[in-house]
Write a new protein. Structure first.
Length: 392
């Protein structure tokens, strides 16, 4: 007897029924993550569909049904249907014609198995009928899912040569869905690790972040280092940094602080600002991400002595990162809002100090004292100003 997808909130959506009616019940299947995660009892956020229709036909049929579409990846067969309770990516069945490890030349197909055969892992190649919810499983994905096993479809090395990013995807999916390492996949990832150098740095950076934000990827990073994969994408990370990540994750758990990709990336790097700058540039991180890494790289074992002063200076996010990485308690700043310094330069000018750099220097000195005294009230700041003026 065939296995069926359990009915859930998303399978009963009226908007999806409209989409199925538009494309025809025998020409559309739910596929990939939404099927896999529903079987595991995980929440489903994104719905993907596969169809026999060519992209132009998908657009026309949706238009006739009053469903707006966006040709988000039409050259590769993907059209996004805009629905009131969540968009759906609809991709025409495909088969690979040629691959070079970075991109594939594809041809459209009418066979569900052709489409399944070009996917990466067996657990991602499960297709569900939109009405009966019967699951089509061409490569043993249901059994692998039941055994918490992440396995490439077919020969692992062949699949990696088709798309080198699958090396990093393997470690991410094995961390999220697997209970053990697949020997064939591990061997292929290790032997083909140097091919990661040919990938877009943005793609590598994004995949690393997706891995780091998982609940506990410490053992995975250690495994990647052991297999020679980590040195290809983050050569700055040695045994000390990998162990530092594991210690950080334990500190996050103890403090009940959610995972953060940049905090964990900082743990994987030496505490050297130029290194953080170089990694940020190489992985094409955003300016805010770069600033965060550089800020955390400036951490000091004395950061925990005055956590609120630290948070005032560098911001709460960076301060929490630095406290966790220096084995200090972030509790004093978890809910703390930095006060506003209660003195303006104009007040100093009004007291007889001429406009110019002296005003700025005096303001900085008073602010530094105010922080050191743990943010006393306005009256104390006025006393500080009197003292500074008297000392001129």
């Amino acid at each position: 007897m065939s296995e069926r997808l359990p009915e859930t909130e998303w399978t009963r959506r009226k908007s999806l029924a409209r989409l199925v009616a538009a494309l025809g019940v025998e020409d559309i299947r739910w596929v990939g993550g939404c099927v896999r995660d529903t079987l595991l009892g995980y929440p489903v956020n994104d719905i993907d569909a596969a169809t026999r229709h060519l992209p132009a036909a998908v657009i026309d049929r949706c238009k006739d049904a009053g469903i707006r579409t966006i040709p988000t990846g039409i050259d590769h067969g993907t059209v996004t249907a805009i629905l009131e309770d969540g968009n759906v990516e609809i991709t025409t069945l495909r088969r690979d014609v040629a691959t070079d490890g970075r991109r594939a030349t594809i041809a459209f197909s009418e066979e569900w198995k052709d489409d399944a055969a070009r996917r990466d892992f067996t657990i991602n190649a499960l297709y569900a009928h939109p009405e009966t919810l019967e699951i089509s499983d061409y490569f043993g994905g249901l059994d692998d899912l039941a055994k918490r096993r992440v396995r490439f479809i077919g020969d692992a090395a062949t699949r990696i040569r088709e798309d080198h990013l699958r090396i990093l995807r393997y470690f991410r999916f094995a961390t999220r869905f697997g209970d053990s390492w697949d020997d064939e996949a591990s061997d292929a990832c290790s032997s083909l690790a140097p091919t990661l150098k040919g990938l877009s740095r943005e793609r590598v950076g994004w995949e690393i972040q997706n891995l780091l934000v998982l609940p506990d990827p410490a053992a995975t990073l250690a495994r990647m280092r052991e297999l020679g994969v980590l040195k290809e994408v983050l050569p700055e990370s040695g045994a000390r940094e990998v162990e530092q990540l594991a210690t950080l994750i334990e500190a996050e758990k103890a403090a009940k602080i959610d995972p953060d990709a940049m905090r964990r990336m900082a743990a994987l790097l030496p505490a050297i600002p130029p290194v953080a700058e170089a990694v940020s540039a190489r992985l094409r991180l955003s300016r805010s991400q770069r600033d965060r890494l550089v800020c955390v790289a400036r951490r000091d074992m004395r950061d925990g002595e005055h956590p609120q002063a630290l948070a005032y200076e560098v911001g709460r996010d960076c301060a929490i990162d630095r406290l966790l990485l220096t084995h200090a308690d972030p509790a004093p700043i978890r809910e703390w809002e930095a006060p506003v310094f209660p003195l303006k330069g104009g007040e100093i000018v009004a007291r007889g100090v001429g406009k110019g750099p002296e005003v700025a220097r005096m303001l900085q000195r008073i602010e530094k004292r105010w922080v050191a005294e743990q943010f006393p009230p306005r009256e104390r700041v006025e006393q500080m100003l009197d003292e500074e003026l008297a000392a001129r």
